[in-house]
Ligand binder design. Sequence first.
Ligand SMILES: Nc1ncnc2c1ncn2[C@@H]1O[C@H](COP(=O)(O)OP(=O)(O)O)[C@@H](O)[C@H]1O
Ligand SMILES: [Mg+2]
Length: 238
Amino acid sequence: MPDTVLRLVDVSKEYDSEGERPFLALDRVSLEITKGELISVIGPSGSGKSTMLHMLGCLDKPTGGEIYLDGKAISKMTHDQLADARRDNIGFVFQAFSLASTLNVFENVELPLLIREVPEEERKRIVLRNLEAVGLLDKVRSMPSQLSGGEKQRVAIARALANNPKILLADEPTGNLDSKSSADIIAHIIGLGKSIGITVILVTHDPRVAERTNRIVRIMDGKIIEDTGMKHKRRGAK
Ligand SMILES: Nc1ncnc2c1ncn2[C@@H]1O[C@H](COP(=O)(O)OP(=O)(O)O)[C@@H](O)[C@H]1O
Ligand SMILES: [Mg+2]
């Protein structure tokens, strides 16, 4: 399956809880994600959505099972190899905007490129292209404190895309926004999948948002209880 970008095989995640039995937040989850898919992950608070997204983003190693990023088992990678693979493949947008408050909009999006030592002219081109894609070219010199919540989240999206990742992971990116800004952010994220063919995995608790994606993975008590994408596979659609 050459188009598989991420694969979880029986992935479990236990968290240590002081003195007590470890807490099983993810229980033998298997999932295969294909290039260009637009997926939502839905489930009640505490069901393990963020834990699963952290696993998919290779931010944390599982306590059981294996994660394959671009066909490579992450348990076999060193810390540095994993950091490189993550940087080259994955962009994140979190619920809290997590922008650097002392950097302006341009500089926030530029940051991941500076870390990669991309030359200045190219950095400028990439930053402006990504800010244009989220409709913020008129705010390049603004500070985060001068932006609305929706605008901050658009900057976070532009920054997540600066490294040209194959996969964009978003963890309840509209959780802190009013409904109009939420709709705007979701439209941007869904549009990205269509315009640049990036794989998008979107955690949400809003069923109306989930309905706009092509595949819904429903999670409960650390287990996948429904995966609409699997039906397509069994029917042989792809
Ligand atoms: N670092 C941690 N240490 C201990 N328990 C955790 C940790 N992170 C999450 N949990 C627990 O794991 C469960 C799943 O959490 P999470 O993945 O954040 O759920 P969701 O994103 O669906 O709300 C919750 O019961 C949470 O309290
Ligand atoms: Mg969460």
